[in-house]
Ligand binder design. Sequence first.
Ligand code: PLP
Length: 358
Amino acid sequence: MSLFRPEIDRIAGYVPGEQPQDSGWTKLNTNENPYPPSPHVVEAIVEAARGKLNMYPDPLGTRFRKAAANVLGFDPDWILPGNGSDEVLTILTRSFAGSTDQIAYPYPSYILYETLSDLQGARHERLLLEPDWSWDFDKISPQIERSKLIFVPNPNSPSGNRWTWDDLLTLTPPHGILVLDEAYGDFCDTPHRGELLNSSVGRQVVVTRTFSKSYSLAGIRFGFALAHPDLIAGMRKMKDSYNCDSLSLAAATAAIEDQDWMLQNTARIRSTRQRLTTALTALGFHVVPSQTNFVWATHPTGQHKTQYEALKAKKILVRYMSFPDVAWAPDQKLEGLRITIGTDPEIDALLMALREIV
Ligand SMILES: *Cc1c(COP(=O)(O)O)cnc(C)c1O
């Protein structure tokens, strides 16, 4: 007999990418930034650690919100800090979706949205993407209409493409909230500026951002929501009082204040992305043009699992993903490799290995 809520017993739970704890791996599987964070971040953490660790942190993260407001061009009361953007997604689910409400999200996409809906006990629906990772709105518009909460990663994972302005307007549910998960927004050729928040649907939009990718801080759990102050005020009631600790608040504040550092690293990653895309294409892969710090590569031989395993044997980790329930082409299940953009030497090692394997 299980004493858990049925929602918990029913699901398998979210499985994050492999995080080997021994050394020697070229890790290209969970979209971390290969470059270190700004040196000011470490200074800020040390300073915070030498400070008042016996006191609770600022529950509202005021210093961080002021620093972020300066960079983003929105007032501090538009910002809600979180313990990673995954926590912000949890706060959103708990704030907006009850058991009779419907949550929707594109498929294939970030699987955590489905896990969060199931944990919440809400109804959920997948918005099936087309084989070129576009939307067929005639097909999905009834689903959009009946949704209370729609999660859309922009750019998408695992495909790496970015949606258009018109797509986003059409995806906004008439009686609900559109969450734009901009985990990879800083890697776009023209970065996001929260434009949709100032549009006619702005009061129904929440943008989420993470420090795990562009700011090189996956080891410090920090992300935030950007939305109209009325939405932020409601979400504040849902969050833990002290959801961000003093060290992560200090780290994130220093990181967002050093825009040059982040912009330099994202520019380097974009240029390596271009090189990797060209080289994979030369090896016969089909690569979706990426606006993120990873690429989605598929090979006509369909040998993705074998390729993943052969790379792993050489201590190079990429993400093998398969979506057996997507029938885009007859007799061919959707699968592929999602490869994080590492440093240039890491990508050279990957390409050398793939030339032997493919
Ligand atoms: C990495 C990622 C996140 C998680 O960010 P954290 O701040 O590390 O929790 C959220 N959404 C998407 C689409 C991601 O790829």
